[in-house]
Design a protein around this ligand. Structure first.
Ligand code: C2E
Ligand code: CA
Ligand code: CA
Ligand code: CA
Length: 284
């Protein structure tokens, strides 16, 4: 048993060492990923489950390094730890605006939802930088008005927990300009429901972990029902995320949820495929 324990420890130590090396390596390459043009945006349609019509899309970041696809679940935490997320976030918003401008020229404009990291709001300097960047973009693109109403910010519960008045003010200001605020991965964090009352938000996204448990029984369904009725009481719109099966879709429709994102309808795709899809929808 002792020998077995020792082997186990050795295995864990090796694994920790490997992970640390991989992290260090990714961090190194992440520093130059922007200037090397290694990032790309993918788009995942959000549809009306009753008509399958595309009403919105979420923008999802992709990193292709050395012909390897590195998952955002792996590199976003490294970008957050190193602070690189600030420049990366700005790049994402610049690209999203580029897409919106292109859609407006093509006559099939829909709103885009973008992810922002809580780290991007870490201190008041960053908060000012965050707000100012929209003005920078407006100037760079030579826009008379910034299309705030075509953007949704997906924040996470950790931002609501930080409970800084300055963040509350910043988001309130962005909402006044027409931007929507959505709470991503709702129910997976530690946040208390009262944050939803006091924080300026328009929408919640039901996390895919809840959707995936729909088939495991009535208690899981009840949980979603509770989230839905609470959201309605607070006048928040709802997106159900990670819908993959007919059974999940049926339940979501029974709940009268009118925005769904998931592989059942569409996987995330490159811009060209996404624009083709929108063009086809505009024709029909
Ligand atoms: P998220 O914001 O919760 O994004 C939804 C994730 O669920 C995406 O993973 C999407 O591809 C996946 N998904 C959508 N429908 C289904 C489905 O039916 N089944 C399954 N199994 N998965 C589905 P992705 O693209 O790998 O992104 C992972 C996470 O990385 C995102 O989770 C988000 O937290 C983060 N992320 C992605 N892009 C950005 C970004 O531009 N900025 C920041 N800060 N974070 C980002
Ligand atoms: Ca998201
Ligand atoms: Ca999510
Ligand atoms: Ca997530």
């Amino acid at each position: 048993a002792k020998a077995h324990g020792r082997n186990c420890m050795q295995f864990f130590n090796q694994q920790i060492q490997k992970d640390a090396e991989r992290n260090a390596e990714l961090h190194l390459y992440l520093k130059t990923a922007l200037i090397q043009n290694e990032f790309q945006l993918y788009y995942q349609p959000i549809v009306n489950p009753f008509t399958a019509q595309i009403t919105k899309a979420e923008v999802l970041l992709r990193w292709i390094h050395d012909d390897q696809f590195i998952s955002p679940d792996e590199f976003i935490p490294i970008a957050e730890e190193s602070g690189l997320i600030v420049q990366i976030g700005e790049w994402v918003r610049m690209q999203a605006l580029t897409s919106i401008v292109a859609m407006q020229k093509s006559d099939f404009t829909i709103p885009l939802s973008i992810n922002v990291s809580t780290i991007e709001f870490w201190n008041t300097d960053l908060q000012h930088r965050f707000a100012a960047y929209f003005d920078v973009l407006q100037q760079q693109f030579g826009l008379d008005v910034f299309p705030y109403s075509l953007l949704t910010l997906e924040i996470t519960e950790s931002l609501m927990m930080s409970q800084q008045d300055s963040i509350n003010q910043l988001l309130t200001d962005l909402r006044h300009r027409g931007m929507q605020i959505s709470v991503d991965d709702f129910g997976t964090g530690y946040s208390s429901l009262s944050y939803l009352v006091n924080f300026p938000v328009d929408q919640i996204k039901i996390d895919k972990s809840f959707i995936q448990r729909i088939s495991s029984g009535s208690r899981h369904k009840s949980l979603i029902e509770a989230i839905v009725s609470m959201s309605r009481a607070l006048d928040l719109s709802i997106v159900a995320e990670g819908v993959e099966t007919e059974a999940e879709l049926d339940f979501i429709k029974q709940q009268n949820i009118d925005a769904v994102q998931g592989y059942y309808f569409h996987k995330p795709m490159p811009q060209e495929a996404f624009f083709d899809l929108l063009a086809k929808q505009a024709e029909s």
